[in-house]
Write a protein that binds this ligand. Structure first.
Ligand code: G1P
Length: 290
């Protein structure tokens, strides 16, 4: 398989789970400690060697593109004030990756959003990272998939085990374990009820796919929720060329879920020596631990 240079990040959703915070701010721009959610996802892509980020956006999301560009006025101000380390931080974000932005002109589901990237992807394998699934681990989550895609020459989907009472929120994989945390996929099903779920291996917003997925997406009828489901097109791709699943090692936060969003903030705050101890003191007080 050719090296993976491009990643599609769909960011056209309304973010209704995060209202009213997202009334006028894209959910991807909500901060987790001192960076917006989307920056963590792009950093993961960059750490896995990707250079081109294809954002599937809508008319209200241009602030995301701006975040990954220079802000000359701000840079000039920081320079004038001698705030060199912060200047470096904001310049680095602007230089991280190339951003290609494509409008999803109708909201017809994740599968439809991905199909909007067809001409930007061309004929090479590519990654997909869902913009509000944050994964933290020693080896970037998407890189764990890329390694298996390269060695097996097959599309790969990232999974994690979820409790049985949550299988109906995810795409679920029916697979046969062939190595430590590695599965050969037999079937995929989008948001099954608990009694229809073949396992509790849930798709967690990380994929490495081959460009033939676009032909399957074109043929995919609306599925669960009346939306064109990526999972349904992947089921067809899986039958045709095979597919692997990798149980991602690391910690996942769904940024659209308030307890997980808040936990992620605390998790990152605790990593920073500058705020770690005052934060712990406050948490102890809130929890009345001492
Ligand atoms: C999408 C996918 C689903 C996957 C999930 C991961 O669902 O359709 O298969 O498990 O992302 O976050 P959504 O959360 O957009 O409903």
């Amino acid at each position: 398989m050719q090296p993976i240079r491009k990643v599609v990040i769909p960011v056209a959703g309304w973010g209704t789970r995060s209202l009213p915070a997202t009334k006028n701010i894209p959910k991807e721009m909500l901060p987790i400690y001192n960076k917006p959610v989307i920056q963590y996802v792009v950093e993961e892509a960059q750490a896995a060697g990707m250079s081109d980020v294809i954002l599937i956006t809508n008319r209200d999301k241009s602030v995301i593109e701006d975040h990954f560009d220079h802000n000359l006025q701000l840079e000039g101000y920081l320079k004038q004030k001698g705030k060199d380390s912060m200047l470096q931080v904001v310049q680095d974000v602007a230089e991280m990756v190339n951003i290609i932005s494509i409008r999803q002109k109708q909201q017809k589901g994740l599968g439809h959003a991905i199909s909007c990237a067809r001409s930007a992807i061309g004929n090479e394998p590519f990654a997909i990272m869902v913009g509000d699934d944050l994964i933290f681990s020693g080896m970037p989550g998407i890189k764990q998939l890329i390694e298996v895609a390269m060695s097996e020459n097959m599309p790969v989907v990232g999974v994690m085990e979820v409790p049985w009472d949550r299988v109906d929120r995810y795409g679920i994989v029916d697979g046969e374990q062939v190595g430590s945390g590695i599965y050969r996929v037999n079937n995929l099903v989008e948001k099954p009820s608990r009694d229809k779920a073949p396992s509790r291996l849930a798709i967690v917003g990380r994929y490495v796919l081959t460009p033939d997925i676009f032909d399957y997406l074109d043929k995919t009828a609306p599925g669960v929720g009346g939306e064109v489901q990526l999972t349904d097109a992947m089921q067809a791709l899986c039958k045709e060329r095979g597919m692997m699943a990798v149980k991602i090692r690391g910690k996942r936060f769904d940024a659209g879920n308030w307890p997980e969003f808040l936990s992620a903030n605390i998790y990152f705050g605790l990593q920073d020596e500058n705020i770690r101890y005052p934060l712990i003191d406050d948490l102890k007080e809130f929890l009345q631990l001492e």
